[in-house]
Design a protein around this ligand. Structure first.
Ligand SMILES: [Zn+2]
Length: 362
């Protein structure tokens, strides 16, 4: 089935992990194991590549640029100036462009491009045809706004195709505080949201600290989604949405993407120590979170996939019954067994993100 993943860090993997995503995950992993790489926690455990995306039916993804600014007192990894962070995102953009030139990716930035691309993939899948040669569509997003040096940079980013932005990420941000930090949305954050409104950029509410989340929902008037976020009721952490936040998002017509990072799926996960199988972290748990959102919404119109499967972790920290992202093609039958109708299954796999984008870009 045609599928959409609303959150992948493709360019980060290409440039910081040095992964050639044209190779299969198996080939990427074999090369990393042969070289005994240990510089990243997920070496040899990659689950995302272009061939695996295609095998899973993923013809469209929301793909990030990502670069954090860190003040001297911020212990998180990141760049020492916003200008360096901006340059990093421009390198990431250059890689997306190179993959477009290579015929692997195609940027989707408006309604007409979206409809034509989806029709092409649906036709290939519907006829049992080969998707191996089709470019994967990508919608350019930015995770954490630190690299937006000034609002003029936001305009340049939009001109380059930026269509969704999450103002915060981890820790204190220049525009908004994110996971594990807390502060009211600052003046620059207000200005950023007004700029995004003007340009029609989607607000990604993922990672926003609670205070910034509620202010952002008040200030921002445009379309809001949460590309990759699970539920606080199932795993209690400030990274997750409370039921009240989910209700707030549903009221705005948001779609919330389910991520597969183990610590956000099952309670009690200890990074670098816990293992997926003894912790009971399997694909089915993703559906527990998605189902919780459906119970609050009273329908299946507000959930989708936002796997985050290449977000600085791999098989060591994702469901044990998933080898690559292609295994998400099992979701339709799993949803069916839970009683989701065929129409609802389609909504989860692609329909909700598509409806959202068509509304946002009409
Ligand atoms: Zn994230």
């Amino acid at each position: 089935m045609f599928a959409i993943d609303a959150h992948l860090d493709l360019s980060m993997n290409a440039l910081e992990w040095n992964r050639d995503l044209r190779q299969s995950a198996a080939a990427i992993n074999a090369r990393e194991r042969a070289r005994n790489l240990t510089d990243k926690p997920d070496r040899g455990n990659a689950t995302v590549s272009f061939p695996d995306l295609r095998r899973g039916g993923f013809g469209l993804v929301v793909a990030t640029q990502i670069a954090r600014f860190v003040a001297p007192d911020n212990p998180l990894p990141g760049w020492n100036s916003p200008e360096q962070a901006w340059a990093q995102t421009q390198g990431q953009l250059a890689w997306y462009r190179a993959m477009e030139e290579a015929g692997e990716l195609v940027q989707i930035a408006d309604r007409r491009g979206l409809d034509a691309h989806v029709a092409r993939w649906q036709a290939a899948i519907g006829s049992g045809g080969d998707t191996a040669r089709l470019p994967i569509g990508y919608i350019l997003s930015l995770e954490g706004a630190d690299s937006i040096v000034t609002l003029a940079h936001l305009e340049r980013a939009h001109a380059a195709g930026l269509r969704a932005l999450g103002p915060g990420h981890y820790g204190p941000g220049r525009y908004a505080h994110g996971t594990d930090a807390t502060a009211p949305l600052n003046a620059a954050g207000h200005e950023l949201l007004r700029g995004m409104d003007r340009l029609g950029i989607i607000l990604d509410a993922t990672h926003l600290c609670d205070e910034a989340f509620w202010t952002a929902l008040d200030v921002f008037t445009g379309p809001v989604w949460a590309s990759h976020n699970n539920c606080r009721a199932l795993v209690d952490h400030n990274r997750q949405f409370s039921d009240e936040m989910i209700r707030g998002l549903v009221a705005r017509g948001a779609v919330i993407g389910g991520p597969l990072d183990a610590w956000m799926m099952v309670p009690g996960w200890i990074r670098g120590k816990s293992l997926p199988e003894p912790m009971g972290c399997r694909l089915e748990v993703m559906l527990d979170h998605l189902d919780h959102i459906c119970q609050i919404a009273g329908n299946a119109d507000h959930i989708g996939i936002g796997s985050d499967l290449d977000g600085a972790y791999g098989r060591e920290q994702s469901p044990y019954d998933l080898e690559t992202i292609a295994d998400l093609a099992r979701l339709p039958s799993m949803l069916g067994r839970r009683g989701y109708s065929a129409a609802d299954v389609e909504k989860v796999m692609h329909g909700n993100w598509l409806r959202f984008l068509r509304d946002a870009w009409k």
